[in-house]
Design a protein around this ligand. Structure first.
Ligand code: URP
Ligand code: ZN
Ligand code: ZN
Length: 481
């Protein structure tokens, strides 16, 4: 009789396809059987009353990324991946950023050096393409794609990153030829610059003006243009961090025209609003990110698009800058104008618990859809066939959730290095009790059991079609009063 390394016994096991109650057996870091009464095993984890999902795949996060303005990301690959793991994420795909003038081989080498010996969970890299002026850049890309860097992000805004539409067409065309995925940050840069200059002339420098300088129309236009560029090339593209109903409509319209446009949203558009940027004093800086959080009505539209399959993935866009830090949000003190506040919010650890609590347990999405949004689709879209599922042969990247645990989110209980969380004081129900990476326990009941360096680089394959995640899987947790 086979003796397994590990059996996880009797949990409510959820994949993007279905929800069932069964045991999961693991050998050599992979799932080898699912069924009833599996055993014997070296180790047994009793998961009765618990929910078992694939480990999360956070396909949009920024770790140890260089900046050109003197600001500093708070997390490196150690703190960032530890924080991710405590929140149920077992694979991250941060960005390897090309600074202007840099060749891509150097970019990739730098990121391997940053991650090696530090990551506690598996990781891959997207490339950020910011400079195509030298012809060798486009020549380097096919080989890099073949080596497992099968996706890249392009920006329509930010002076040090933005590409022209013509450059984006070139990138999309290369992605089409090579079977790679282009992620697009869709905001109209000239509109933002024009609105920003007007605000500065009027002395409007408070955090709220960050949001007013990037209204939903700016995102709508750029999303429309991004879809149009993909249409002209005849390829797919993924619109990242979609924040508002108007951009969502553009994505639906593009799909109705037959385009394969994929879409990502992030917790900040489900749980924060523009009012959070208007908080007292400098507090609003904590929620400055781009696109900015919108109003309540847009928040509701994002929730609906999450439930009706418009969105393919929910990523954190973890871009952590400390608040009380001369290299963070208050670079010029409490009156730092919004134009000098680094963009981004921390959220790598809270991504999955927030959606589990407020999405699944509040009945807005099913458990299979939760899996599709937080792991399965990212694994498929970004070419990680062994991640995001609980099938035989998959990596045993597994989260065992205590679905009844009530947790108040405070920065003190999180593991990132940013000195705040935008979700301070929010109560959630459900939290990861045990998190496994390739069959090894990374975190259990709040203790870190993994060592830095345990995470492995994942060379990724070409993108596959995402799953939707059935809505009617019946799981709602126990009724809550
Ligand atoms: O404000 C944000 N989202 N900062 C991170 C960089 C990006 O554009 O994703
Ligand atoms: Zn972006
Ligand atoms: Zn980002």
């Amino acid at each position: 009789m086979t003796r397994y390394d590990l059996v996880i016994r009797g949990g409510t096991v959820a994949t993007a396809a279905d929800v069932t109650t069964c045991d999961i057996a693991v050998c050599d870091g992979r799932i080898v059987a699912l069924g009833e009464d599996l055993g014997p095993a070296e180790e047994v984890i009793d998961a009765r009353g618990m929910v078992v999902t694939p480990g999360g795949v956070d396909a949009h996060c920024h770790l140890d990324q260089p900046t050109s303005d003197g600001s500093r990301f708070a997390d490196d690959f150690a703190s960032g991946t530890i924080s991710a793991a405590f929140g149920g994420t077992t694979t991250v795909i941060p960005f390897a950023l090309q600074m202007r003038g840099q060749n891509l081989r150097d970019v990739v080498a730098d990121y391997h050096a940053k991650a090696a010996g530090k990551a506690v969970i598996d990781y891959g890299f997207h490339l950020i393409l910011s400079d195509l002026t030298r012809p060798e850049i486009m020549q380097e890309l096919p080989a890099l794609i073949a080596e497992g860097y099968t996706s890249f992000k392009v920006y329509m805004t930010y002076d040090d990153l933005k590409l022209s539409d013509r450059d984006i067409l070139d990138v999309l065309d290369l992605a089409r030829r090579e079977g790679a995925m282009t992620m697009i940050h869709a905001e109209n840069t000239d509109c933002i610059a024009w609105l920003t200059e007007r605000m500065l002339r009027e002395g409007k420098t408070a955090p709220l003006y960050h949001a007013l300088s990037r209204p939903a129309a700016v995102e709508r236009e750029a999303t429309h243009r991004a879809c149009t560029l993909a249409e002209i090339v005849g390829t797919t593209a993924l619109i990242v961090h979609v924040s508002a109903g108007e951009a969502i409509e553009q994505i639906r319209a593009a799909r109705a025209r037959g385009l394969r446009i994929l879409a990502e949203t992030c917790p900040q558009y489900l749980f924060l609003t523009i009012d959070d940027l208007g908080g007292p004093g400098a507090q609003g800086m904590k929620c400055i990110c781009s696109p900015p959080p919108r109003d309540k009505a847009n928040q509701e539209l994002v929730w609906r698009a999450l439930a009706d399959n418009t969105f393919d993935i929910l990523s954190s866009d973890h871009a952590p800058f400390s608040f009380d830090d001369a290299a963070g949000k208050q670079r010029r003190g409490p009156d730092t104008p919004f134009t000098h506040v680094p963009n981004g919010v921390p959220g790598i650890e809270t991504r999955m618990p927030l959606l589990f609590s407020e999405g699944v347990l509040k009945g807005r999405i099913g458990l299979s859809r939760f899996v599709a949004l937080t792991s399965a689709n990212a694994a498929r879209i970004y070419g990680l066939p062994r991640k995001g599922s609980l099938a035989v042969g998959a990596d045993a990247d597994i989260v065992i959730w205590d679905p009844e645990r009530e947790v108040m989110i405070t920065n003190g209980r999180l593991h990132h290095r940013a000195d705040y969380t935008p979700y301070e004081g929010r109560m959630v129900t459900g939290w990861p009790a045990v998190v496994l990476s390739r069959g090894t326990v990374v975190c259990r009941d709040g203790a870190l059991l993994a060592r830095p360096g345990q995470g492995r680089f994942q060379a990724r394959s070409r993108p596959l079609t995402p799953a939707t995640g059935g809505a009617a899987d019946g799981y709602r947790g126990r009724p809550r009063g």
